[in-house]
Write a protein that binds this ligand. Structure first.
Ligand code: UT7
Length: 329
């Protein structure tokens, strides 16, 4: 028997119904479909507009679909990790709310906040519990309701983001398939360029913070763009080099969907055939923790057992990294 690894044995996405198109955004802010498409690649994004619904409900949609599809009884799940920056509440965590709503009663759970790298950080964290033998069935959910923290009068941010969720089931495998390696980095100096100013202990909510619109995403796009390209390229190179992979060996590159120009630039630097790069930013925008599982969900039917896949992300923090896995079904 080989080394015990954690493998993705099922994947499911979930998107809210409402679709916000570029044409609609043209009526809301001073922008054009042409600018949004050429500068970001986004054509439409899904938005949660149902009163009383939140991140846990999108996460629940993905988790329920995943349980159904994999024939897993909720009682079999032992751990659920929810990756999000837009949890239902500041506390408690959203993972336990999802478990409660899904009838997952034998599990513990917690949230991971690593912005756009959240799913990757959560995936590796979940995998470690499987690798060490502590748990046999772990769910990792990436979900964000970015529309809840976006200023829809700010044309620099409202055109990019969308809402969505994706969930994976992790189970042990000993046949060489599953999650093989990850490289992660962080740099707290980057928080200056991408953050939410108020609502935390630094600036608790007040009339002033609300009036100053400090509860929305603040982004200085250009430095984030540059750091994202460098961080993703370097961490992909690091993972490839220590696993002795060439671009020809890699079947799929799954990059975080923040901007089509970032994706193209990363692919060009690494000389990846663009046909092997998963891209769905035109349909969903940047769903933060949702982008990577939503990509794999969209491509699930094209994936083959044994496929070598690199997942790479960059996000607020700054946080970034790359995970290498071999598809298990
Ligand atoms: O996922 C987490 C990590 N986040 C990212 O990776 C995002 C990285 N950054 C980006 O994707 C890009 O920087 C943005 C999409 C946010 C912005 O694109 P950009 O090419 O960096 O544009 P810019 O901010 O430099 O603005 C260029 C021009 C400006 O006008 P002037 O000053 O040249 O006259 C902006 O005012 O485009 C203007 N502009 C717009 N025009 C039409 C900015 N937003 C818009 C808009 N429509 N929506």
């Amino acid at each position: 028997m080989g080394q015990r690894r954690a493998a993705i044995t099922g994947i499911q996405g979930y998107l809210p119904d409402y679709v916000l198109t570029n044409a609609e955004l043209e009526k809301m802010v001073d922008t054009t479909d042409d600018w949004i498409t050429t500068r970001t690649g986004v054509r439409e994004r899904h938005i949660l507009k149902v009163p009383g619904k939140a991140a846990s409900d999108l996460g629940l949609g993905a988790v329920e679909g995943l349980l159904r599809k994999t024939g897993t009884d909720p009682s079999e799940i032992e751990l659920l990790i929810c990756c999000t920056v837009t949890g239902d509440m500041v506390f408690p965590d959203t993972a336990n709310t999802i478990c409660y709503k899904a009838g997952i009663k034998n599990a513990w759970g917690f949230d991971v906040n690593a912005a756009c790298s959240g799913f990757l950080y959560g995936l590796t964290t979940g995998a470690k519990f499987v690798e060490c033998g502590m748990h046999r069935k772990v769910i990792v959910v990436g979900v964000d309701v970015m529309s809840s923290i976006i200023d829809y009068t700010d044309r620099a941010t409202c055109i990019i983001f969308g809402d969505g969720a994706g969930a994976v089931l992790l189970e042990p495998r000993e046949d060489g398939l599953g999650i093989i390696d990850s490289v992660f980095h962080g740099d707290g100096a980057g928080r200056e360029f991408l953050h939410m100013k108020a609502g935390g202990s630094l600036r608790p909510p007040s009339l002033e913070t609300v009036q100053n619109k400090e509860h929305y995403v603040y982004q200085d796009g250009k430095p984030v763009f540059k750091a994202a390209v460098v961080g993703m390229v370097e961490s992909i190179r690091e993972v490839m080099s220590r696993n002795e992979l060439t671009t020809a060996d890699v079947d799929w590159l799954v990059p975080h969907q923040a901007n089509i120009r970032i994706i193209n630039s990363v692919s060009d630097h690494l000389k990846f055939d663009i046909n092997k790069v998963m891209i769905n930013i035109h349909r969903y925008g940047n769903t933060t923790s949702g982008t990577l599982p939503l990509c794999m969900w969209d491509w699930e039917k094209q994936l083959k057992k044994g496929d070598r896949i690199l997942l790479s992300a960059f996000g607020g923090g700054f946080t970034w990294g790359t995970t290498y896995l071999r598809w298990a079904y």
